[in-house]
Design a protein around this ligand. Sequence first.
Ligand code: OFO
Length: 167
Amino acid sequence: MLSKSMQEALNKQVQMEAESSQAYLAMASWAEIQPGLQGVTDFFYKQSDEERIHMLKLIRFINERGGFAATPALEQPMITFQSLRRVFEEFLKHELKVSDSINDLVHLALTEKDYATHNFLQWYVNEQMEEERVARNLNDKLEMIGDDKSGLYLFDRDIMNYRTQKE
Ligand code: OFO
């Protein structure tokens, strides 16, 4: 059975995953109307779907452990971007925030000796390591490419190989 504080903390994480899904959906939609960013578009649509799966996993876990997962209200995310660089900076910034939040949850689980939740959260710990790695890698590549058009063409072509989860 989840404690009240753990239920609240997990529900906050549900909200964060839902916000991630919305944020990446907005990035996909922005990329879709720019010329030549089909790869980036697909990447963020897929990323948005994955965040929804992260959210659902949490919802199911909360309810299965005797809590109640509240469907969160959502604010509109950032929907326009000055540049592709900006999109990927936001992506990394967002993932770092999510990692901090997962770490806080792990800490709470240990403090409460809630080992079932601690065990459940390990999936998210691994997932965050992977997402941070991918986000950093893509930012490094964009920095190297700068304004080089052929570099950007290759970046967009290859981005699906950098997906954070295996199909
Ligand atoms: Fe849910 O992993 Fe990204 O945010």
